[in-house]
Design a protein around this ligand. Structure first.
Ligand code: SF4
Length: 308
C-alpha cells in the first residue's frame, strides 16, 4: 500500500468513516487520481464518466465526492434531491477555470450556429451554455454524433485535437489544457523508454499531441486500466496522474508500472484526505449546489452525452 498515512491511522479513520457513512446513508465516490487511502475507503472508484453514471443512479441520500469541484457539480446536476459534498472546497480544476460562461457566450455570438462540445472538466454554467458534454472515454463518439464542421471543443485543446485527428475532422478549439498532463514532455517519454525498453507507453488524451502520437495506447483512465489488464505485456510507462498507479497495481499485481514523469501529480486531486472525508460526513459540508435554471440546462447537455 502506498498510503500517505500510517496503517494504524488508516484503520482508525476508515472505521470512523464507515460508521458515519451508515448513519448518514451516504455513498462515497472517488476518482482514480485520489490518494490511495481515499480510493480504498470509497464505495466506487472510477473515471469521470463512470462517476457521473454512479451519481445519477445511486439510491443514497448523500454523495461524498472525492474528486474536484466540477465532478461534485455534475453529481448535483444529475441528482438534485441529494446532498452532494466535496470534502475540500478548494479542490478545483485549473483546466475547468480556463473557460467561463461569459467568454463562451461571446464566442457563440461571434460564430453563430456553432455547436459546442464541452468536456466535463468545466463548470455547470459552462455546461449550461453547451450543446453536449463528453468525457475522455467518449469524446470521439460525441464529436462523431455531431454533423458539419461548425463545432467548438472546450476547454481541453489536447483532447479536442486527439478526437479530431481520430475522426479526420476539423474542429474549433478553446485554448485550455490540464496543467498536470500538459507538463509531460517527449523527453520524459524518451527517458522512460531508455530505462524500460520493453514497456508499452500508455497515456491519457489530455497529454499533448506529440505525446499521444508517440504512445502505444491513448485512453481515459478506465481505458488505460483495461488496456493494461488485457495486454500480454508485463511493463508499462504510464502518462497520466500518479493516483492511477494504485488501481493499476491492484488489478495487475504481477505487472510493472512506471510513471512517465514524477511531475504527473495534480495538487487539487491530492487535497482530499481521510480526515476531511470524515469531517465532511460529520458536518455534512462543504456542500456543492447548482442554481436551478443552470442545472436544468447543464443536465440537458450531460444527458445528451449519457444517452449516447
Ligand atoms: S488532473 Fe488536470 S484535468 Fe484533472 S483535475 Fe487536475 S488539473 Fe483538472
Amino acid at each position: 500500500m502506498n498510503y500517505t498515512i500510517s496503517q494504524d491511522l488508516f484503520e482508525t479513520l476508515a472505521a470512523e468513516i464507515e460508521v458515519l457513512k451508515k448513519e448518514r446513508k451516504a455513498v462515497i465516490l472517488a476518482h482514480y487520481y485520489q490518494r490511495p487511502e481515499v480510493q480504498d475507503i470509497a464505495d466506487f472508484v472510477g473515471d469521470s464518466l463512470q462517476l457521473s453514471q454512479q451519481a445519477a443512479n445511486t439510491d443514497a441520500e448523500i454523495i461524498v465526492f472525492c474528486g474536484v469541484h466540477f465532478m461534485a457539480e455534475s453529481a448535483a446536476i444529475l441528482s438534485p434531491n441529494k446532498v452532494v459534498i466535496l470534502p475540500d472546497q478548494k479542490a478545483g480544476c485549473p483546466m475547468a477555470d480556463m473557460v467561463d460562461a461569459e467568454g463562451l457566450r461571446a464566442y457563440k455570438k461571434r460564430v453563430p450556429e456553432v455547436q459546442v462540445v464541452c468536456y466535463v472538466n468545466s463548470s455547470a454554467e459552462v455546461k449550461a451554455e453547451s450543446d453536449i458534454c463528453c468525457t475522455s472515454s467518449n469524446a470521439v463518439k460525441v464529436v462523431q454524433s455531431l454533423q458539419g464542421d461548425n463545432v467548438l471543443f472546450i476547454p481541453d485543446e489536447n483532447l479536442g485535437r486527439y478526437a479530431a485527428k481520430i475522426l479526420g475532422r476539423s474542429l474549433q478549439f478553446w485554448p485550455g489544457y490540464c496543467k498536470t498532463h500538459d507538463r509531460l514532455s517527449k523527453e520524459d517519454i524518451q527517458q522512460a523508454k531508455n530505462e524500460h525498453p520493453s514497456a508499452k507507453v500508455i497515456v491519457h488524451p489530455e497529454c499533448r499531441e506529440d505525446i499521444c502520437e508517440a504512445a502505444d495506447y491513448v485512453g481515459s483512465t478506465a481505458g488505460l486500466i483495461k488496456y493494461a489488464q488485457n495486454s500480454e505485456n508485463q511493463e508499462f510507462i504510464v502518462g497520466t496522474e500518479s493516483g492511477i498507479l494504485h488501481r493499476l497495481h491492484q488489478v495487475c499485481p504481477e505487472k510493472k508500472f512506471y510513471l512517465a514523469s514524477e511531475r504527473l501529480v495534480c495538487p487539487n486531486m491530492k487535497l482530499t484526505s481521510l480526515e476531511k472525508v470524515r469531517d465532511a460526513l460529520k458536518n455534512l459540508s462543504p456542500r456543492v449546489t447548482v442554481k436551478e435554471e443552470i442545472r436544468v440546462k447543464a443536465k440537458a447537455a450531460l444527458e445528451r452525452m449519457l444517452a449516447l
